[in-house]
Write a protein that binds this ligand. Structure first.
Ligand code: NAD
Ligand code: G3P
Length: 314
């Protein structure tokens, strides 16, 4: 069933904003795209929007949310956050920033295994729209769903959001693993153990552990760790080829959020004493504290322990 929604504003005209605009357009919505290069006023543009979708990098989220805080929105306007990152200064997720600055509108998080290039090519994909407000989630489900884009609702926005955010750090590790040609066993072990540490962090943020077995957790982890379309994977792969972090970032097109996310995650895990061994080795590698070879040895030589899947928080 298609919604009768007509006016949608997409904020951010990068790879993801453009792909999301394309998806909404397929459903006959009236779509307007705004970016920081636009001459038009964002406040004027959103004044008649039924849905406002933010697809900017994490560094732009607070600025954009502050602009909308003072804008006059339609009372029923739904906000959608499609960013996968953590704010450096506060450690907040994008949805937490949105919620704190624009609290009077329902918020939906959109996240899943969604490499924008494949979506632009019309290849089949699925995603999750998560909200504490079921009506808002269904509303957004209907404006995005199409023959090639299957959209699920979910009621754990923080879990859905963190699945998409934390896997970016792991994609750097897996890109490096592939760049070193360490093999399928190593890669599979890295992905499986990383999912456990993602869940540990998720639980700290108040997410439901089971959310991470879904599309936005395991699904996005697999997509990002198995595709050289992923910018985060590309960063890890390039480092394994001997490039510096700056050189790796320079050769990647668009934003690799995992680099910043690793910094913020390590601050949080140090403060809250959350064990995140894979992410920590990524962080130390990116900081230049260790070589890639030392990271591999460090992970393999950790103390032996039970797999302990019954108590993922430990
Ligand atoms: N590309 C994908 O496949 C994909 C898929 C899902 C989610 N995402 C997430 O979407 C977000 C954007 O990714 P992208 O691929 O479009 O990146 P991109 O680099 O192509 O575009 C980034 C966008 O953010 C805007 N931006 C950056 N800093 C800003 C600031 N300070 N103020 C205002 N706007 C600012 C840019 O103008 C641009 O529109 C990221 O969090 C990414 O993880 C990307
Ligand atoms: O290119 P990446 O690494 O930002 O990944 C893009 C999407 O998050 C994949 O779902």
């Amino acid at each position: 069933m298609k919604s009768d929604l007509k006016n949608v504003t997409i904020i951010g005209s990068g790879a993801w904003g453009s792909a999301l605009a394309d998806l909404v357009q397929r459903n006959d919505c009236h779509v307007q795209i705004w970016s920081r290069q636009s001459q038009s006023s964002l406040a004027a543009l959103v004044s008649n929007s039924d849905a406002i979708i933010s697809a900017v990098s994490i560094k732009g989220v607070r600025t954009i949310a502050e602009k909308l805080q003072t804008a006059k929105l339609l009372p029923h306007a739904v906000l959608v956050s499609a960013t996968k990152g953590l704010e450096p200064t506060t450690g907040k997720t994008p949805s937490q920033i949105w919620q704190s600055l624009v609290p009077n509108h329902p918020l939906v998080v959109l996240s899943g295994p969604n490499l924008s290039k494949e979506i632009m090519e019309g290849k089949p994909a699925a995603t999750v729209v998560a909200s504490y407000n079921d009506d808002a989630a269904q509303f957004i489900q209907n404006i995005f769903a199409s023959r090639n884009f299957r959209v699920y609702t979910n009621s754990d926005p923080i879990g859905v959001e963190l699945g998409g955010t934390l896997k970016n750090v792991i994609a750097i590790a897996v890109g490096a693993c592939d760049g070193l040609n360490l093999g399928t066993n190593a890669k599979s072990a890295l992905i499986a153990r990383s999912l456990i540490e993602i869940i540990r962090v998720g639980v700290y943020f108040g997410a439901q552990p089971e959310t991470f077995w879904g599309l936005s957790g395991l699904g996005d982890l697999l997509a990002t760790c198995n595709s050289n379309l992923s910018r985060n994977y590309q960063v890890g792969y390039a480092i394994a080829q001997g490039l510096s972090l700056d050189e790796a970032i320079a050769q990647v097109q668009g934003t690799a959020e995992g680099v910043n996310t690793a910094n913020v995650l390590i601050e949080i895990s140090d403060r809250e004493k959350i064990s995140v061994p894979v992410s920590r080795y990524v962080y130390r590698l990116l900081k230049g504290e260790i070589t890639l070879q030392q990271a591999v040895e460090g992970l393999m030589e950790r103390d032996l322990k039970p797999e302990n899947l019954e108590n993922l928080e430990l």
